[in-house]
Design a protein around this ligand. Structure first.
Ligand SMILES: [Zn+2]
Length: 240
């Protein structure tokens, strides 16, 4: 596996090519627009997907990141078998120490869905658990003493389960077309649309729904497990 070169303001982590785009493309685009450097880590190469080869999926991942403005990085976790074990946690901790972000995004970590639900891919929840533990291990100096420890100030979850109330919603109305374009870059995965599940429409409906939470046309939902401190940028600033 390659090393991550350079540091990033934000790291977004997904198990498969397309998860970050489907869950939070608009937020990535908005972060990049405000000057943040974003590293998009895909844990697997999507080799067990029904559609597309690993080479095609790698190309689609690169094309989607071009639309988002983020830097793509593909790791080598096994597709459909992302496992919550010490090896995986340490791999995440190493990536976090290399990239040294202020914010990390991961899929939500606990599955409340039935097995037919499209959101209930086992890798999604395993990734959330791995990242939560990996971010913690990244803080401990004695773990991998060869790389300086790093404390990630903020860890947020995307892919919030439908039964869970998000506590952060980002307005993505201004970038909704580009968010759609990043999802459409996954041509092989859009093949699923030809069956009975119109993915892009479903994602639009979800974003409209979460937009209602904050009174905008389109929103993306997140969950923070830690209290968010009010500061000059979100409460005590002059523009508030
Ligand atoms: Zn996925």
């Amino acid at each position: 596996m390659d090393e991550i070169t350079g540091t990033y303001d934000v790291v977004v982590i997904g198990p498969h090519p397309d998860d970050v785009e489907m869950g939070m493309a608009g937020t990535v685009i908005r972060l990049v627009e405000t000057g943040k450097s974003v590293l998009n880590i895909c844990l697997t190469r999507g080799e067990k997907g029904t559609y597309g080869t690993t080479e095609i999926r790698r190309r689609e991942f690169a094309a989607a990141n071009k639309v988002l403005g983020s830097t793509p990085y593909m790791s080598d976790f096994p597709d459909t078998a992302v496992t919550v074990d010490q090896e995986g946690k340490l791999k995440i901790a190493r990536m976090i120490r290399e990239a040294r972000p202020k914010i990390v995004f991961a899929p939500y970590h606990t599955n409340p869905h039935g097995h037919h639900d499209g959101a209930a891919n086992v890798d999604h929840f395993a990734t959330g658990l791995l990242v939560r533990d990996g971010v913690k291990l990244a803080r401990f100096k004695s773990v991998m003493p060869e790389i300086p420890a790093h404390d990630v100030p903020y860890l947020y979850y995307y892919m919030v389960p439908k039964s869970k109330m998000p506590n952060i919603v980002v307005d993505v109305t201004s970038v909704i077309d580009r968010a759609r374009d990043s999802i459409l870059a996954y041509e092989t995965q859009m093949a699923i649309q030809k069956q009975k599940n119109p993915i892009l429409h479903t994602l639009d409906v979800l974003r409209s729904y979460y937009g209602l939470f904050i009174g905008v046309e389109y929103g993306e939902a997140f969950y923070s497990e830690e209290a968010i401190s009010f500061g000059p940028t979100n409460f005590f600033g002059p523009s508030d």
